[in-house]
Design a protein around this ligand. Structure first.
Ligand code: NOJ
Length: 518
C-alpha cells in the first residue's frame, strides 16, 4: 500500500450524508448542519468513523447543489461557514473525519465567474470556461449552451445544460480551432489555481479531504484520460506539500487511472463497465434469495482493476448513493443483511448511504425535486422515530424537502434499534468484527476463491500479515458448495447457519454469510 495514504483510511468506514434530508434543526423542512451535529453520536455508535457530505455550498439548486454558485460560502439553508467549522470540530472531537464534495468540472450558470465569462469584453474570466469562437460553431462530441449572452460563442456544458464546463484545456488541441486551449495555456492554468485555492480554503478550515465529482471529465478530448491524470498529479503534488493527510476519493470508476492521478480511492458505481448493478440493482440481483443472479462478471472486473491498481489505492463499493435506487427497491431486509456482510468484508473503504442501514425504501411516484428526476425517491428525509415526519423535522409535512415514505410501517432508527435482527444491528455487529480484524479492513489483501458464472456461493480470502479470514456468502435460499482446501471451523461471524466441510467441499447453508479464521 502506498505509504502516502493518510493513515486514517486504513480503517475508515464512511457514512454519506445528503444534507437536505438528514436532520432539520430549525423546522424549515430541510436538513442542516446543526441537525447533522445532533446526529453525530448516532453515526459514531453505528461504527462509522468518517463522513462524506454532499455539496452544501451556495447554489440555485437546479442539481441539488452540484451546481455551485460560490465555492467558499455554504448555502444559507444549511447554516453558516461558522456552523460548518463547528461541524468539523464536533466530528474531530469524536475521532471521526469528514470529507466534502468537490465539484471541479462545472459551476452553476449563476456563478460570478460564468457571468463575467459571458461578457463580450475580455476580462479575467473570459477563459475560465470553454467557449468556441462563434455561436455557429458547436464542438464535436460536447454539449453546449448557446445564445444566452452577448458573447459570440457556444459554451461547453458538463452535465445538465445549466452546468457550464470549467476550462482545464484540451489534451491535444486542434490547431485549426484556436478556441481549444492546451492544458498549459494561461486560462486552464488559472482554472487549476482557482481549484487549489478552493481546496486550500476548506482544508485550512478543518475539512479532511474530498469526494471529487466527475473527476475523470476535466480535460477535454482526452479519450484515455492521460491529460486528466496529469492534471490530478499536479493536485497530488500540491496536497503532498500542503495537506498530506487529506483523503481524495474520485467519482471516476476507473481505478487504474484515478489512482495513477494520485487519488487514494475510487468508486465502482452503477455506470461504466463495473457490473456493480449485477449485485443489487437488476432484475435478478446476486443478493436476491431467488439465487438467479451472477457475480462472476463483477468479480472479473474487480480483479482486473485490483491487479492494475498494484495495491496503490482503494477500490470502494458503496451500499448506494444519491444517484441510484435504494438497495431496498430490489432486496428485502434479510437479503440486505447479507449484502452488508459482503460490503463490510470487502477490501477498500466501505461507504454506507444514509438510511440504507435501516433499509429505507425508494419512495415511488415522486415529482422531481431540485434536478433529482428518477433519483428523487432515493433522497427522501431520514426516518428517525415514530414522531411527526419520522423525527426528521417539526415543519408541517407539506414543507418537507422531499416527501417521506408514507407507509405507517416505514423503517425507523428507533424500531431498528429495538429489533435484534434488524439491518441496523447487523451493520453494527459487522463493523465491530471488521474493526477488530486487520485482515478485513481496507488495506487487507483479497483473493477470490469461488465466484463462478451463475453459481453460488461467493467465497474470498482476506489477509493481512499472518491473519487470514475466509468469507463465504450465500444469498440464495438453497445450499451451495465449492471445492476448497480450507476448513471453516473457527467462525468469527455468522448470519444463518455455519458452513460445513465434507468430502473436500465447503457447503454453505441457504441465506448465510460467515467469516472464518483459517
Ligand atoms: C455526479 C453527482 O453524483 C450527481 O448527483 C450530479 O448530478 C452529477 N455528478 C453532476 O455534478
Amino acid at each position: 500500500m502506498d505509504s502516502r495514504q493518510p493513515k486514517w483510511l486504513g480503517n475508515a468506514i464512511f457514512y454519506e450524508i445528503y444534507p437536505q434530508s438528514f436532520m432539520d434543526s430549525n423546522d424549515d423542512g430541510t436538513g442542516d448542519f446543526q441537525g447533522i451535529i445532533q446526529k453525530l453520536d448516532y453515526i459514531s455508535e453505528l461504527g462509522c468513523n468518517a463522513i462524506w457530505l454532499n455539496p452544501c455550498f451556495e447554489s440555485p439548486f437546479n442539481d441539488a447543489g452540484y451546481d455551485v454558485s460560490d465555492y467558499k460560502k455554504t448555502a444559507e439553508r444549511y447554516g453558516t461557514n461558522e456552523d460548518l467549522k463547528q461541524l468539523f470540530d464536533e466530528v474531530h472531537a469524536r475521532g471521526m473525519h469528514i470529507i466534502f464534495d468537490l465539484v471541479p468540472g462545472h459551476t452553476s450558470w449563476e456563478h460570478k465567474w460564468f457571468k463575467e465569462s459571458s461578457e463580450s469584453a475580455r476580462n479575467e474570466y473570459t477563459d475560465r470556461y470553454i467557449w468556441t469562437d462563434s455561436i455557429w460553431e458547436e464542438p464535436e462530441g460536447l454539449n453546449t449552451l448557446r445564445g444566452l449572452s452577448e458573447r459570440d460563442g457556444s459554451c461547453v456544458v458538463n452535465f445538465f445544460s445549466h452546468q457550464p464546463a470549467l476550462n482545464y484545456g484540451f489534451y491535444k488541441p486542434d490547431p485549426d480551432k484556436k478556441w481549444q486551449q492546451s492544458t498549459d495555456d494561461e486560462g486552464p492554468r488559472a482554472t487549476l489555481e482557482a481549484l487549489k485555492d478552493i481546496m486550500r480554503f476548506w482544508l485550512d478550515m478543518g475539512c479532511d479531504g474530498f469526494r471529487v465529482d466527475m473527476a475523470g471529465s476535466l480535460v477535454k478530448n482526452d479519450e484515455d484520460g492521460k491529460g486528466t491524470i496529469a492534471l490530478w498529479q499536479k493536485i497530488r503534488s500540491f496536497l503532498d506539500e500542503e495537506f498530506p493527510d487529506a483523503a481524495m476519493v474520485s467519482e471516476w470508476g476507473e481505478p487504474d487511472k484515478s489512482l495513477k492521478g494520485g487519488f487514494h480511492m475510487d468508486f465502482l458505481l452503477h455506470f461504466g463497465p463495473s457490473h456493480y448493478n449485477d449485485l443489487f440493482r437488476c432484475e435478478e440481483p446476486f443478493f436476491s434469495s431467488r439465487g438467479k443472479g451472477d457475480i462472476s462478471e463483477f468479480v472479473n472486473k474487480y480483479k482486473e482493476n485490483y491487479e492494475k491498481t498494484e495495491r496503490k489505492g482503494l477500490i470502494c463499493i458503496p451500499s448506494g448513493n444519491h444517484d441510484m435506487d435504494r438497495l431496498r427497491r430490489f432486496l428485502n431486509e434479510d437479503e440486505i443483511r447479507i449484502a452488508f456482510a459482503f460490503l463490510l468484508s470487502m477490501a477498500g473503504a466501505p461507504f454506507i448511504y444514509y438510511g440504507d442501514e435501516i433499509g429505507m425504501r425508494y419512495v415511488e411516484g415522486l415529482a422531481s425535486v431540485e434536478g433529482g428526476y428518477g433519483r428523487t425517491g432515493a433522497r427522501s428525509p431520514m426516518q428517525w422515530d415514530s414522531t411527526k415526519n419520522a423525527g426528521f423535522s417539526r415543519a408541517s409535512t407539506d414543507k418537507l424537502y422531499i416527501s417521506q415514505d408514507s407507509d405507517p410501517d416505514r423503517p425507523t432508527v428507533l424500531k431498528a434499534k429495538s429489533e435484534e435482527n434488524s439491518i441496523l444491528n447487523e451493520v453494527k455487529r459487522l463493523i465491530s468484527v471488521r474493526q477488530s480484524h486487520k485482515a478485513l479492513q481496507s488495506m487487507g489483501e483479497i483473493e477470490f476463491l469461488y465466484a463462478e458464472k451463475n453459481a453460488y456461493p461467493l467465497a474470498y480470502l482476506r489477509s493481512e500479515g499472518e491473519e487470514k479470514i475466509l468469507v463465504i456468502i450465500n444469498p440464495s435460499d438453497k445450499e451451495a458448495s465449492f471445492k476448497s482446501e480450507y476448513d471453516p471451523i473457527t467462525s468469527i461471524y455468522n448470519i444463518g447457519d455455519k458452513a460445513l466441510k465434507s468430502g473436500g467441499k465447503i457447503i454453505a447453508a441457504p441465506c448465510s454469510a460467515g467469516f472464518y479464521l483459517v
